[in-house]
Ligand binder design. Structure first.
Ligand code: NI
Length: 212
């Protein structure tokens, strides 16, 4: 039994990394605009540390569908974010989209198994909001430079990159989501932005009927 235990544990770990029934259900919804989790009602999801997407799922249809719908959601006029992390659509996996302010045309880019390897440079206190924390804003201290790593979906290998400026702040915000941290945990000041609240009145935060 002693010899079998590690094998059983490895097998269990491998099983737990496949798409769960819940993840398949969320990803398989017909609507491309995903339900965005918010603090309070969905804190259990937002406060859970996300797990990696294992190699065998990198080419899966579920990952393709999920990332496609996350992009549709973050770009949707009702959300209009500069980044979105998978826990914000109900999936505790290390996946995030980041708007690349450091590239021409500010394209959105998807990062699977995203993590921050190091942080350095000047610390600034800038205003941040979050689709999952309406209708608040906060002044948050962040580093000016980050080194991120992620899984390259074409090669399946780990890639890394150094980023600076506002894009580096978005990476810190999104990586925090994957580590179950929200900007309000780090903020010096949190306040309600009237303009921002008005802007978001058009979007209903009520849970849709299918959400359990
Ligand atoms: Ni956020």
């Amino acid at each position: 039994m002693k010899k079998l235990l590690p094998i059983i544990l490895i097998a269990l770990t491998a099983c737990s990394q496949g798409w769960t029934a819940w993840e398949r259900e969320v990803i398989g919804r017909q609507d491309s605009l995903m339900y965005v989790t918010t603090i309070g009602a969905d804190s259990a999801i937002l406060r859970t540390v996300s797990i990696p997407v294992p190699p065998e799922l990198l080419k899966s249809r579920e990952l393709k569908d999920l990332t496609g719908k996350m992009l549709y959601t973050v770009e949707h006029p009702s959300q209009d974010g500069v980044g979105i992390a998978a826990p914000q659509v109900g999936i505790n996996r290390r996946i995030a989209w980041v708007m690349r302010y450091d590239k021409p045309g500010k394209p959105f880019e998807c990062f699977v198994n995203l993590q921050i390897d190091s942080l350095w440079g000047e610390m600034t206190h800038g205003p941040e909001g979050c689709l999952s924390v309406p209708p608040m804003r906060g002044l948050v201290p962040r580093y000016s430079n980050v080194k991120i790593s992620y899984t390259d979906l074409q090669t399946g290998k780990t890639a890394s990159e150094e980023v600076e400026g506002y894009t580096a702040i978005i990476f810190q915000h999104e990586c925090d989501h994957l580590d179950a941290t929200l900007y309000i945990d780090r903020a010096d000041t949190v306040f309600v932005s009237e303009d921002w609240a008005r802007e978001r009145e058009t979007f209903s935060y009520d849970k849709p009927s299918w959400w359990k």
